[in-house]
Structures are given as structure tokens and as C-alpha cells.
Design a protein around this ligand. Structure first.
Ligand code: UDX
Length: 435
């Protein structure tokens, strides 16, 4: 079976590479020539563990190709995956112009029965809109539109693709169901649960799943704040809660608030759609506002830890990306926290293993450092914003010697309070001691 994937971002490229790994012939299309030129040299331009080698391996087999235009090869594809960006608009709704543009470009090239699949995260009802755009631009085409949302976490996207908890497919015809079953046969063979439902239900499953995960994170962050008032330990709370199978132990790690290219925008979209349909989801409205204010609150926590004044002080920041094992800076907490510290007069020295190139496009006035210790030089405090593995066993003696003041604000609870205090640090973390 031949597949065309439109869009070579975190979702499109991972999907295209993994489908070619399954043995399908995949052509990935992107209108960004720079991206396609880099991909044709085997460089994915994004950091995702294992992606570069998977792309190179399947290019070598000839199953994975990249091109910068919509050409006739689309006519040979039985499946066309739309995996373009759907960024948030000011009103909270997702911007679907790239999805609709892709549909308009595909329509005249449809020949033979084809399933056009929304892989991008799109609002409930988008499959219907894509169907009418295709119909309008190619009356005689024989096609169906399916919804197949992804549940890939950045940093573990390939693993999440190859061993998903479930595959969700929204179709409204048997023909489309048959083709989609064929597409996911390799996962069916390893007994992955494959859920067939309507397109609009599949669309809502994606938003509901992300919103629930974001709610879990917000919940434990609010509990962490209560722990800081009551002297309880949020890790013991989370661990004991998680032992209850009905709750589950994942996504109960407190931190500076969630970021990334999905949770923030998907929650805004779900809240906007729910309001527009007259069924507002108050819980998600609270998640959105709490998460937004949390990032500012974290800046205040840092300033307080520095004697409530950072004017003219150097602050070392370790970790800029929204989570470890990615170079993605979208909606990262650092994009709110660092400007707030700078506004209060702090001088920022920062290091991140993968995110600095992207960070330079968002942040100004930063001293970009080449390793964690360089960032500490002359700093009055060290702040951990992202829990990269390489920050878990730093030379604490060297840190103490290099910092101007032995103050650490650990917003990811990488270290243990007792151990840090024993070493003479003023150690502030999240939800583990009364503040
Ligand atoms: C998320 C969903 O997990 C994935 O299923 C969906 O397809 C895309 O969005 P991703 O955004 O890549 O994936 O990262 P994720 O690991 O979910 O983390 C999102 C944010 O939540 C990060 O900022 C992370 O630091 C934060 N987080 C996560 C917490 O603060 N606490 C947690 O326990 C888990």
C-alpha cells in the first residue's frame, strides 16, 4: 500500500518514518523546501530520539521519500495523512488553514478510492469540513475522510507509535475501515487495541485525553501548593494516590506547569469548542488559567528565594525546553519564567542540552552557556526548569564552589531536600516542605 503524508513536523515525520518501517511505501510532502532538502540529506531538523536513524534506514530501503510539491505520486496513494500544524488562534480555536490548504491541494489529485486521514489534532467536526472541501474541489473523486489522532509524547514518539496503548480510528464507511485496518495491521498483530468509532468521536477522544492528562498535572500542582502550606510531602501523596489503579501513577509529577505544542493549545481549543456549543467545561477553564498563572508564580518563588530581589543578580537556569529529550520550546515554562526574572532585573545564564537553538528564537539578553557549570559562574542562584537526565548527578561540591550563593530552586524536584541541606545549600523545591 502506498501512503502520502502531508507535513513533516513532529507528528508527520514520525508517522511517515514508522509507517515506512512497517513496510509501506511512504512519500512525505512539505511546502518548506529547507525541511525537504535537509530530509533528503537524512537530517530531520528536529530532535526526537531515534528519528534520524529511522529516517535514514528507511530512505535507504527506498520506502521513505521526501518531496516539496504535490505531484502525481499522490494519485498512487490509497491513504493520504494530513499531519500539518494546527496552532492556536487568539480566540482559543485551532487554526485549520493548513489542514484545509492541504485538502484543497490533494483534491484534484485524488484518483481511485482513497482515504484522506486527519492525523493532526483537529476540532470536533473537522472531518466533515475536510470532506466538503474535497468534494467541492473534485466532484467525481471516490474517497472517505477518517480521523486518526496521535498520542505521541515528544521524546518517546517512536516508542509511543510502535507500542501505543491504543489506536483510535474514526470512519463512517466499511471501505474506509478496511483500508485503515490494513494500515494498522502491524499493530493489530501485536494485539494493540484498535478502536473504531465515528470521526467526530475520534476527534473528541484526542481532546478529552489531553485535557484529562493536563487536569491530572494541574491537580497535583495544586496539591503541591497545599503541601507547601501544610508541610506534607507531595511525592508521598502522589505515590500513594497512584497505587490506586483507578487513579494510576502517571502524570502526577508536580512542576512549573505544563507546556509543549499540545496540552496548552488543545485545552484552549476544547474549552473554546465547548463554549461555542453551549456546553462549557469549567474544569478545563480552571486548568488553563491555573497553569498560566503558575508560571508567573514560579518566577515569584525564585525571586523570593533570592531575598525578594534579583536586581543586577546573575541567575543560572538549567533546562529551557518544555520537557526533557526534546528540542521543542513551544509554550515552555521557561518562556514565561525567564522574562519575568529579567523584568525584575536578573541577568540570566542558561544551558539546555538540546533546546538552545530554538530558545534563541524566543529569548533575548541571555548568556548562552556550553555546559551546566558554565551557567553557574558568579550566579546567586541555580534554577532547574527541565529535568534532563544529565542534571541528575551533577557535581554538587563543584556547584557549591562555583555559585556566588549556595541557593538552588529545583522546580522539577530532581534532588532530595535533606541531602541538599546537609551539603549546605538553601534548597527550595515543589511541594516537599512548608514554605
Ligand atoms: C502530550 C501527550 O502526553 C501526548 O499523548 C499527546 O499526543 C501530545 O501531548 P507531550 O506534550 O509531548 O505529549 O509531553 P508530555 O510528556 O505529555 O508533557 C506535557 C507537559 O506536561 C510537559 O511540560 C511536562 O513537563 C508536563 N508534565 C508531564 C508535568 O508537569 N507533570 C507530569 O507528571 C507529566
Amino acid at each position: 500500500m502506498k501512503i502520502t503524508v502531508i507535513g513533516t513536523g513532529y507528528v508527520g515525520l514520525v508517522s511517515g518514518a514508522c509507517f515506512s518501517e512497517f513496510g509501506f511505501e511512504v512519500t512525505c510532502i512539505d511546502k518548506d523546501k529547507k525541511k525537504i532538502d535537509a530530509l533528503n540529506k537524512g537530517n530531520p531538523l528536529i530532535y526526537e530520539p531515534g528519528l534520524e536513524s529511522l529516517v535514514k534506514k528507511n530512505m535507504k530501503t527506498g520506502r521513505l521519500k521526501f518531496q516539496n510539491s504535490f505531484t502525481d505520486n499522490i494519485k498512487k496513494s490509497q491513504i493520504i495523512l494530513i499531519a500539518v500544524g494546527t496552532p492556536t488562534q487568539r480566540n482559543g480555536h485551532a487554526n485549520l488553514e493548513h489542514v484545509f490548504d492541504a485538502a484543497k491541494q490533494v483534491a484534484p489529485l485524488l484518483s481511485g478510492y482513497t482515504v484522506v486521514v486527519n492525523k493532526s489534532t483537529v476540532p470536533v467536526g473537522t472531518a466533515k469540513r475536510v470532506f466538503s472541501i474535497l468534494k467541492k474541489n473534485q466532484r467525481n473523486a471516490d474517497f472517505d475522510v477518517a480521523s486518526n489522532p496521535e498520542f505521541l509524547r515528544e521524546g518517546s514518539a517512536i516508542e509511543d507509535f510502535m507500542r501505543p496503548n491504543r489506536v483510535v480510528i474514526g470512519v463512517d464507511s466499511l471501505k474506509a475501515k478496511r483500508i485503515m485496518k490494513e494500515l494498522y495491521r502491524p499493530l493489530f498483530l501485536i494485539e494493540t487495541p484498535i478502536i473504531f468509532t465515528s470521526p467526530q468521536t475520534a476527534e473528541l477522544i484526542k481532546y478529552a485525553s489531553n485535557a484529562f492528562l493536563a487536569t491530572k498535572i494541574t491537580f497535583i500542582n495544586q496539591i503541591a501548593d497545599l503541601c507547601e502550606k501544610s508541610g506534607a510531602d507531595v511525592h508521598d501523596v502522589a505515590k500513594s494516590m497512584g497505587l490506586d489503579k483507578r487513579i494510576g501513577d502517571k502524570f502526577l509529577h508536580p512542576g512549573p506547569g505544563f507546556g509543549g505544542s499540545c496540552f496548552p493549545k488543545d485545552n484552549l481549543e476544547l474549552a473554546a469548542t465547548a463554549r461555542a456549543l453551549g456546553s462549557p467545561i469549567g474544569l478545563i477553564e480552571e486548568v488553563i488559567s491555573f497553569n498560566k498563572s503558575r508560571k508567573k508564580k514560579m518566577a515569584r518563588k525564585i525571586i523570593l528565594a533570592c531575598g525578594n530581589n534579583v536586581k543586577g543578580k546573575k541567575i543560572a537556569i538549567l533546562g529551557l525546553t518544555f520537557k526533557p529529550n526534546t528540542d521543542d520550546m513551544r509554550d515552555s515554562p521557561s518562556l514565561d519564567i525567564i522574562p519575568a526574572l529579567q523584568k525584575a532585573g536578573a541577568k540570566i545564564q542558561a544551558y539546555d542540552p538540546e533546546g538552545m537553538d530554538q530558545a534563541k528564537g524566543y529569548l533575548r539578553g541571555i548568556k548562552w552557556c556550553n555546559n551546566p557549570y558554565e551557567a553557574l559562574d558568579g550566579a546567586e542562584a541555580l534554577v532547574f526548569l527541565t529535568e534532563w537526565n544529565q542534571f541528575r548527578a551533577l557535581d554538587l561540591k563543584r556547584i557549591k564552589k562555583t555559585l556566588k550563593k549556595p541557593t538552588i530552586i529545583d522546580l522539577r524536584n530532581i534532588y532530595v531536600p535533606e541531602q541538599m541541606k546537609k551539603m549546605g545549600f538553601k534548597y527550595i523545591s515543589i511541594g516537599r516542605e512548608a514554605v
